[in-house]
Design a protein around this ligand. Sequence first.
Ligand SMILES: Nc1ncnc2c1ncn2[C@@H]1O[C@H](COP(=O)(O)OP(=O)(O)OP(=O)(O)O)[C@@H](O)[C@H]1O
Ligand SMILES: [Mg+2]
Length: 197
Amino acid sequence: MKIVVAALKGGVGKTTTCIYLAALGAAAGKDVVVVDADAQASAADWIETSEDPALEGVELVEAPTERLLAKAMNRAGDDQVMVIDSPPGNERIIGHALQHADVVVIPTRVGGVEWPRVDVVRRMVPRRTPYGLVICSARTFTRDYTETVQYWIDSGVEVWGTIPERVSIASGPDRPLSADGLETYRPLWRKVTRKAV
Ligand SMILES: Nc1ncnc2c1ncn2[C@@H]1O[C@H](COP(=O)(O)OP(=O)(O)OP(=O)(O)O)[C@@H](O)[C@H]1O
Ligand SMILES: [Mg+2]
């Protein structure tokens, strides 16, 4: 199962989503490999420096070019869960990843300025490939949040998850993964595994 986490916009929650999905996959007993297609290597850094046992068995492949990404994605084993983190703004690499995805997660944030950017990505997803949004770092009690969810429902786009804004999630590789973060990402993990089959 190749899960591509993709957004054109920077700082929306791609890497965080990728790492939490990888940890949940590992906790479910899967053979997980994270493919970092971002030259910034944030996911790679996270996997390498984190001391969280949840990420211990997670394999890492750095693939910051189209060629390396193609190679990495071709090598996915049948029983493997591959989670691909993508670079912001690189349509070529994102396009390539999307072409070879079994399922696509598009992280986004609350607010109307985000909508057109998401539309560009979802139009790049091949027609038969399931995809859904995850609304990251959301203040779920605000009207902006409610309006954002409503906008996507009205647009016929599936929202597979909402991750509330949490200091514990923002701490990145310096701290163990947050229990709260794992709980709020779990419904997304379930959705992804159901949609991919
Ligand atoms: N649920 C959350 N609550 C609080 N902070 C969050 C949450 N999710 C992500 N963040 C923070 O938002 C910032 C951007 O997240 P992240 O690095 O995952 O995004 P990205 O899309 O991978 O960014 P880039 O485009 O730079 O690769 C980080 O500082 C991260 O810790
Ligand atoms: Mg990132």
